[in-house]
Design a protein around this ligand. Structure first.
Ligand SMILES: C[S@@+](CC[C@H](N)C(=O)[O-])C[C@H]1O[C@@H](n2cnc3c(N)ncnc32)[C@H](O)[C@@H]1O
Ligand SMILES: *[C@@H]1O[C@H](CO)[C@@H](O)[C@H](O)[C@H]1NC(C)=O
Length: 319
């Protein structure tokens, strides 16, 4: 009897997955795109030019809406080569039909009991991009040869973003909540610390990165204060990215929960939310030294070439 129910369940799942695949926008978008491209001159990539206009908007900031202290420290970023390479690679990958079908099928099975983050970790897909090496260096006002001792990357995901920062450090520590992501991080030879252990190892870190984590953890305010306590107190810097508009929620298994601690982010547009964040950081013992606006990019799947969120990236100095 159990066997039979199990079999029926598997069958229904397979059907659902196949239906999802074929009713998907995959065929429509990719077929139509290649037809469209062939109709136009062969050495032109029309969709790419369209997206270039869109891309320029990813970096825009209305400085007049910023508070007086923040205006002079805004760093203007742009679509550079590192970003372009990530986009090209992502577009290419999303066109690999068999791999995308395999991912889609596996996700629909695993999503019954695993978080999206963990599925991505398991399948080794959905890598993220925050900044290129050049963008990272410009923000921290360092040269390509700058070296320091310890980096701590909190909520490092699969470690692809850590990789951009790692050439500048002798020792690289990371934390992660998701077990499958921890496997990815160990594979890349980073030193994984427990999420309730890094606060009390007795180490001081030269740079702590906290990228796209504050809106995904239960205690963002506590986290900020803990970072302050293990940061090297004079030369130490925090690099912090946050997706705006601010929508905090925490992934728990396959479910979403409200965080237990509230962070006082206010305002409706990007600039206003940035202004309010400066006060949140101040409260935790930091002052903003520089900040920029960057797209937070994620590798695509069979529905989209890539995904884009709107990031504010800050460099924080302890006070
Ligand atoms: C949106 S991802 C960001 C990954 C990477 N830092 C980036 O910027 O692309 C957030 C990650 O934080 C992890 N996470 C959530 N709460 C955490 C916590 N309290 N400590 C460490 N990691 C956590 C999640 O598992 C997830 O992989
Ligand atoms: C990305 O792809 C476009 C169009 O195919 C090409 O013109 C450009 O040189 C590529 N850029 C990089 C950095 O790979």
């Amino acid at each position: 009897m159990k066997l039979f129910i199990g079999w029926v369940l598997t069958y229904v799942l397979c059907l659902a997955a196949v239906k999802k695949m074929w009713s998907s926008r995959y065929l429509r978008s990719h077929l139509s795109r290649s037809l469209y491209m062939n109709m136009l001159s062969p050495n032109q990539a029309p969709y790419w030019e369209v997206s270039h206009q869109v891309c320029a908007q990813w970096y825009l900031c209305d400085k007049e809406k910023l508070s007086e202290e923040l205006q002079p420290i805004f760093v203007q970023s742009f679509l550079d080569q590192g970003t372009q390479t990530f986009l090209n690679r992502s577009i290419e990958k999303s066109g690999w039909l068999s791999i995308q079908l395999y991912h889609s099928f596996m996700s629909s099975v695993f999503s019954m009991f695993m978080s999206r983050t963990s599925i991505n970790g398991l399948l080794g897909r959905g890598s993220m991009f925050v900044f290129s090496p050049e963008q990272f260096q410009r923000l921290l006002k360092i040269g390509p040869d700058w070296k320091s001792h310890r980096l701590l990357d909190l909520g490092a995901g699969d470690g692809e973003v850590t990789k951009v920062m790692s050439p500048h450090f002798e020792e690289i520590y990371v934390t992660e909540m998701s077990q499958t992501m921890i496997w990815q991080l160990q594979k890349k030879k980073y030193r994984v610390l427990n999420i309730d252990e890094w606060q009390s190892t007795g180490f001081q870190y030269d740079v702590i990165s906290c990228l796209n984590l504050l809106d995904r953890c239960h205690q963002p305010v506590t986290l900020l204060k803990e970072m302050r306590s293990v940061l090297e107190p004079t030369r130490g810097r925090v690099i912090l990215a946050l997706v705006l508009p601010f929508h905090p929620y925490v992934e728990n298994g396959g479910k979403w929960e409200k965080p237990s601690e509230a962070m006082a982010v206010s305002g409706s547009v990007w600039e206003e939310q940035v202004n309010s964040l400066a006060a949140v950081f101040q409260e935790a013992g930091f002052v903003v030294e520089a900040f920029t606006r960057l797209p937070y990019l994620c590798e695509g799947d069979m529905y989209n070439d890539y995904y884009v969120l709107d990031d504010a990236v800050f460099v924080l100095r302890p006070v």
